[in-house]
Each structure stands twice: as structure tokens, then as C-alpha cells.
Design a protein. Sequence first.
Length: 171
Amino acid sequence: MKFKYIIILFVLLITFNKVNCEEIPLPVQNIKLLPAVLYKNAGSSFKILIQYNVSDEDNTLIGLGARFHFDSSKLSFTGAENLFNLFKSPAVQEDKEDFDDRPETDYFVLVAWFEWNGRWPGLSMPCKLGDLEFKIKPDAKGIAEINVSFSANDLGYALDSTPAKILILSD
């Protein structure tokens, strides 16, 4: 008899936990690249703003790691400016593992933001995390995308991003 009640309690706990997990969505850490669409001439340079937001407006997290993917046949990464509360300086790496599931974006810029005391970013949302600078190769044509994947995030948060598209104009 006692065993029967233990099994019923166990089934109820599993059911209760399953229902709660499915009904409560995780808050989301989000990176949006701005402008989302940019028209630029081949051979020209441009900047993309990195905007950060979090759905529950908690500005006291630990940080975020992001990869900004690009097609090296069309774009060259030339630098970064105004990077806020940076933990890891931007580093360009070959995307051998295809983190963004886009084979045409063969390189990425890895950037990490971190706050030991759990007060990151400490600003009102949304906030600017910095600017990425690129140069379009002179012979580039078509559309170049800058996509985002994540290398680290705060526990208990989902991730989302909005890429940027650069429409390359011919002279």
C-alpha cells in the first residue's frame, strides 16, 4: 500500500514538473545588428551597431559571448569601436565548425562581455554594446550577411539574434 502511494506521488511530481517547464518560457538575451539592411558600394567601409536587450529587463547578469559571422570572399573585418564592458577583445577566427549553420559565412569575430559581480550590463535596455567595422571587397557582388551565434550566455536564458544584410551595389 505504501509503495502504491509513493508511485502515485512520483507520477504527480513528474507531471507537475513537466507542465511547469513547458508553460514557463525562459527569458531571452538578444543581440540585434543595426541597421538590419544596409546598401553599400563595393570597396566601401561600414559599421554595424551591436544592440543588446533582455526580455525580462534584468540588467544584472554575468555576461554574454557572441560570434559575428561573415563571408570573407565579400567582407573584411577591420576593427571594433565603443565596445562596452569588454571581457575578450575581438578575435577573428575561421568558422571550421559552422556555428551559424551558414557555410558561406566562413569567418567570425568572437567577442565576450563579462562582469564578475553579476551586474552586466548595468544599463537600461536596450543598450549599445559596440560597433563592428567591415570593408566590402572591391570585386564583391550580391548580398553579404553578418550573422550571430553565441559562445556563452547567462544560465536560465534563451538566446536570439537579428542579423544584418549588406546589399552590395555595383558602380
